[in-house]
Design a binder for this molecule. Structure first.
Ligand code: FAD
Ligand code: N01
Length: 531
């Protein structure tokens, strides 16, 4: 078999692509990985901004497939930094000898299905490869977006996007800094950048809910304790709602006395555990009044922390329910606005107009800056997939098929696109979970399906349109039973002008989703046509 004809092509060498390569290789398939970056790591390769770290605990945000790896790797902090996660992923790539099948600095531009040959042609700027299977491990949050304002090319100083941070770092000492965006990336980086810069202006379109991370070094005892009970812990992760085991809620937020509720939120707040707040009561994400008890708790904290009441009010989210935009964990975010050299500009009052040679102009005035940071996020879930020209049976393009929103079966496969799989694709729990748990489940399920085909002398698989329609409807119904669709979030595509407004994640829970996937497999891959 030539190097240009392989059993499988995997696009992306992040956590998903690496594990997919490992599994396919062990299943006896030849596979090649293409990766735009010049190294492994995906998210943790690209997002090197100051303060970048995970908000799932390190010992939980790690692969579970290798007990040896689990035992040998030593995490140092409760919430790991980007450099620590990147060195973990690099270790995994080396330990399992994965790099030899990865072609770096190479972007996949198109994937075209040949129905007669039963193979995909995957094209990069340097070569074309044919493969029986293509697995998209392109990431949910890998296609960054800049703010939709003119003038960035005019600005005299540097502009950096948090999702493409220079490897050598950015020295902001003595600089006048302008930051646009107050999502997780902005909230993590602003306190650190503001410490360094001479002055900082934060341009906020929508305030977000954030809680202190309470990060700290891990103690020897807790590391060995977790290592001793990893198998049970992993099982609990897989069966949980968000890939993070928490106590099961049994009460409505509205049926407990206010003081008891506050005590419960306070305990979760002190633990720095977002899932513990979201999961404290049965109805936090389904009932607006219940949700508002959590939202009000956070707003009270903001008012207690921020000295200037007008600034505190601007920082207080009021336009969407708690948790319906990804909440954040921070280190000193709200207190940063007590510094005399940090200003907050509310873009709802004075919208952004343009970037000028000298800085940022709103409808009110120009703010001079030496350096600008875009913490403006991503064209999430579909951005990286739609950036590739993917053509299935009869030359139909995925972009056209998804023009009114993504349609998949289980978030894993698409009718009309045989032998193509999307790891953590749209309509899977993916971004509503500890993502490694979802990644491993998808990769395992896809690999099992490929092994099933091979064992039965079959060579193609594709979901039926009926199964896809049913899944899309199920995802919508489950989503509509929650408050998620009420928010203008990237989950809804609303951060990208013109993107269809569709809730792109499955909120049925990681555990129940896994059960559905397993039942479908046990039923001879119900909803798929195998041939
Ligand atoms: P990615 O890591 O995004 O990797 C995809 C790779 O595909 C990238 O390297 C990209 O360059 C490559 N690629 C894409 N298109 C092409 C192409 N056409 N050709 C070649 N290569 C291509 N999740 C959590 O669960 N907990 C967290 O605390 C958390 N924190 C996060 C913090 C940040 C700053 C961000 C951005 C995301 C965070 N996430 C978190 C989500 C995170 O993306 C996932 O946890 C996980 O790292 C995703 O891995 P992946 O391999 O699926 O995708
Ligand atoms: O991106 P975001 P992010 N003009 O989309 C604003 C994960 N993550 O990179 O809210 C002005 O959340 C935008 O405003 P609005 C996590 O899943 C995790 O911060 O759209 N402003 C918003 O304030 C997260 O959710 C961690 O009104 C504009 C901000 O930019 C996801 O990645 C850390 C604008 C973008 O926020 C994305 O996070 C980092 C415009 N034209 C990331 N366009 C952890 O801590 C956008 N904005 C785990």
């Amino acid at each position: 078999m030539s190097h240009n004809d392989v059993d499988a092509v995997i696009v992306g060498a992040g956590i998903a692509g690496l594990y997919q390569l490992y599994r396919l290789r062990n299943a006896g398939l030849s596979a090649r990985v293409f990766e735009t970056a010049d190294g492994v790591g995906g998210t943790w390769y690209w997002n090197r901004y100051p303060g970048a770290r995970c908000d799932v605990e390190s010992m939980a945000y790690s692969y579970s497939f290798s007990p040896e790896l689990e035992q040998e790797w030593v995490w140092t902090e409760k919430y790991p930094t980007q450099p620590e996660i990147l060195s973990y992923i690099e270790h995994v790539a080396d330990r399992f000898d994965l790099r030899k099948d990865i072609t770096f600095s190479t972007r996949v531009e198109s994937c075209v299905w040949d129905d007669t040959a039963g193979r995909w042609t995957v094209t990069t700027p340097s070569e074309a490869v044919t493969a029986q299977f293509v697995i998209m491990a392109t990431g949910c949050l890998s296609h960054s977006k800049a703010p939709e304002i003119p003038g960035a090319d005019r600005f005299r100083g540097p502009i950096h996007h948090t999702g493409h941070w220079p490897h050598e770092g950015v020295d902001l000492t003595g600089k006048r800094l302008a930051v646009i965006g107050t999502g997780s990336s902005g909230i993590q980086s602003i306190p650190i950048m503001a410490d360094q810069a001479a002055s900082t202006v934060v341009f906020q379109r929508t305030p977000n809910f954030s809680m202190p991370a309470g990060n700290r070094p891990l103690q020897e005892g807790e590391i060995s304790d977790m290592k001793g009970r990893y198998p049970e812990f992993r099982k609990a992760q897989r069966e949980s709602a968000f890939g993070v085991p928490v106590e099961h809620a049994t009460q409505s937020a509205l049926e407990v006395p206010a003081a008891e509720r506050t005590e419960r939120y306070q305990a979760a707040w002190e633990q720095g555990n977002l899932v513990a707040v979201l999961g404290a009561y049965t109805d936090t994400i389904t009932d607006a009044a219940a949700n508002d008890t959590a939202a009000q708790f956070v707003r009270d904290k903001i008012r207690e922390t921020v000295d200037d009441p007008a600034t505190a009010e601007k920082l207080s989210p009021r336009t969407f329910p708690f948790g319906t935009k990804r909440p954040c964990l921070d280190t000193g975010y709200y207190a940063t606005f007590n510094k005399p050299n940090v200003d907050l500009v509310d873009l709802r009052e004075t919208p952004l107009v343009e970037i000028t040679e000298n800085g940022v102009r709103t409808s009110e005035r120009e703010y001079e800056a030496d350096s600008i940071v875009f913490a403006t996020g991503f064209d999430a879930m579909t951005g990286a997939l739609n950036a590739i020209d993917i053509r299935g049976r009869d030359g139909v393009s995925l972009r056209d098929k998804w023009a009114d929103g993504p349609r998949t079966f289980l978030g894993l496969a698409v009718a009309g696109f045989p032998n193509l799989f999307t790891i953590t694709g749209p309509s899977s729990p993916s971004v509503l979970s500890n993502m490694i748990v979802s990644i491993e489940q998808h990769v395992d399920w896809v690999t099992d399906l490929i092994e099933h085909l091979r064992a039965n002398g079959l060579d193609r698989v594709e979901p039926t349109t009926a199964a896809e329609d049913e899944w899309v409807e199920h995802v919508r119904v489950v989503g509509d039973a929650t408050l998620f669709p009420t928010a203008d979030s990237w989950y809804m595509g609303s951060n990208v002008p013109g993107k269809p407004r569709v809730f792109m994640a499955y909120v049925g829970g990681v555990g129940p989703y896994r059960e559905q996937c397993d039942a479908i497999a046990a039923d001879g891959y119900r909803g798929f046509v195998l041939g």
